[in-house]
Design a protein around this ligand. Structure first.
Ligand code: ADP
Length: 527
């Protein structure tokens, strides 16, 4: 300012020395300090220096006008008298506007910066509320953000604001429309709080709408007038905030999606590794399981061939040969079933009406004779209709469930078998095998019917198995149009429930709709 004043004085001095009066060409130099002041100090500075320049010229211009009146020469002097003021005002205002614009841009960039980052969205918005407040020169700023469930969070500067559904913010949030209140003191809820003579408090609420719907509102309280530039700035910020909130939510969704995907890939990889390990284990177990009966067959047949044995010894050897051959047969059948299932085909069934009670009794006798430490309890619930089943498959399902009940209760105990008509679905027989053995942890239950799955348990570490029995039971049950379920508590025992159709009623289409198509057999011209 001092430099511009000095320049003014120098120009006046030069004009005085020149003595040319209002017609002096030097008078145009007054525009220089005026333009300079307008550029540096805006409209206020420009107007001040422009007015001073006019005042300094006045003693040279006005007396001449008084003397000779308004002529083209004196008019020229009059114009050059007011020109600095006009220049200072116009140039200063342009400078002020561009500064305000630059300030708004700076504030917007700050808001953008505040919205970026890794901190939780609420924390970022809280910091942004403070920046918006200082950028708009507001008394208070509140950001109301609502999520998909309709829950609203309020972040404000100064902190502590709450959302009143009857307020302008509540209304704007509900309708998605902006609200401008001339004087918030006029709100009846604030009555009595106004200090005498205090200025009206303007309220401006702008919806934050990034496109898919209103994500919240920006509420501003400001004393006195709300200049148009401030309103424009507020609208720009509201748009930035809306986009920022939408972006943050999208990023969050993407991250969640990526995490879920990574979890799924990790689980699938883990499962593949488990399957791979299980297959390796399966090969070693299967070769052992095959070798044991084969060794017995070889040994007993060599004994019979190489030595003269008594009739009694021969009968015993043949008995062993028979049971080992049957065991071998069972393993081979399981492996054949497995290969059928692996190639996506259902096990072959030859169905007929089978007395469930007979099949159970026969197996209970066999198991009771072989496993003396276990107590087998078999109780049918009244007269049972026959099952519509493949006799051999039913026998294999029973043997698998009973042998598991025995294997996984190594200390002995009770094995309870019950059978009756199932409540749901109708027309089904329910057979349950219950033991009080080691049980199965809840997290392992969904996997035990998968192929090769064996659940490690220190109590049954020495128990050998192929991890196939239950997958075959499930495949066979489903091929019958039935199912198998399990309930178990670690340390307490397990209960397997097998559902099979009765013989009096073959499953109709509506019943079968619940079961996988792959499990339906066509041996009897079924569906
Ligand atoms: P295997 O008995 O040959 O290992 P299964 O498919 O019959 O294979 O059983 C899969 C797994 O389910 C078993 O390894 C065992 O961990 C668990 N399991 C099956 N039946 C029982 C049971 N009655 N009690 C406890 N665990 C069981």
């Amino acid at each position: 300012m001092v430099a511009q004043l000095v320049l003014l004085a120098l120009i006046t001095l030069a004009m005085g020395l020149e003595g040319a009066g209002p017609a002096s060409a030097l008078r145009h130099l007054y525009l220089l300090p005026t333009a300079w002041a307008a550029l540096r100090l805006g409209a206020a500075g420009g107007c001040l220096i422009g007015a001073l320049a006019g005042l300094l010229q006045a003693p040279m211009v006005l007396p001449v006008i008084e003397r000779i009146g308004l002529t083209s020469r004196t008019l020229d002097g009059l114009v050059s008298l007011v020109t600095p003021l006009a220049l200072g005002w116009i140039a200063g205002r342009l400078v002020d506007q561009s500064r305000a614009h630059a300030g708004r841009l700076r504030a917007l960039i700050e808001v953008q910066r505040g919205l970026a980052g890794d901190a939780p969205l609420e924390q970022r918005l809280q910091a942004v509320a403070g920046r918006v407040r200082s950028a708009l020169g507001a008394g208070a700023v509140a950001l109301v953000v609502s999520d998909a469930s309709g829950t609203s969070t309020v972040l404000s500067d100064p902190p502590g604001a709450r959302l009143d559904e009857r307020s302008a913010a509540g209304w704007s949030l509900l309708t998605g429309r902006p609200v401008s209140v001339h004087d918030l003191w006029g709100d009846r809820r604030l009555e009595g709080a106004r200090a005498a003579g205090s200025a009206p408090v303007r309220g401006l609420v702008l919806p934050l709408d990034p496109g898919p719907g209103v994500a919240g509102v920006l509420a501003i309280e400001r004393s006195g007038d709300l200049p148009a530039a401030t309103r424009i700035a507020a609208e720009e910020m509201a748009m930035q905030l809306a986009l920022g909130i939408e972006n943050a939510r999208l990023t969050l969704r993407q991250r969640r999606f990526a995490d879920e995907l990574a979890d799924k890939v990790a689980a699938a990889t883990r499962r593949l590794r488990e399957l791979d390990e299980a297959k390796t284990e399966f090969l070693s177990v299967v070769s052992h399981e095959l070798r044991t009966p084969l060794t017995a067959l070889q040994g007993f047949s060599e004994l019979l061939l190489s030595r003269a044995v008594s009739a009694e010894q021969a009968r015993r050897c043949l008995g062993h040969l028979h049971s080992e051959a049957r065991r071998l047969g069972r393993i081979v059948t399981d492996l054949l079933d497995l290969s059928r299932i692996e190639s996506g085909r259902a096990p072959e069934l030859c169905r007929e009406a089978v007395e469930l009670g007979e099949a159970v009794e026969h197996n209970v006798e066999l198991f009771a004779a072989e496993h003396r430490r276990h107590r087998f309890e078999w109780s049918p619930e009244g007269e049972l209709p026959p099952a519509w089943a493949d006799r051999d498959a039913l026998d294999r399902m029973l043997k698998n469930l009973l042998s598991n009940a025995v294997k996984y209760s190594p200390g002995g105990g009770r094995v309870r078998i019950t059978a009756g008509l199932a409540g749901y679905p109708p027309g089904m027989l329910e057979l349950a095998v219950e033991d009080d053995g080691v049980g199965i942890p809840a997290e392992a239950l969904p996997r035990i019917f998968d192929r090769y799955v064996r659940i490690p348990n220190p109590g049954t570490a020495g128990v050998r198995g192929l991890g196939l029995g239950l997958s075959l039971v499930r495949a066979l049950a489903e091929a019958h149009g039935g199912s198998v379920e399990v309930e178990s508590l670690p340390g307490k025992g397990s209960r397997f429930r097998l559902l099979l159709p009765t013989g009096s009623r073959r499953p109709g289409r509506s019943d079968l709709a619940d079961f996988p198509a792959s499990s339906l057999d066509t041996d009897d011209g079924g569906v």
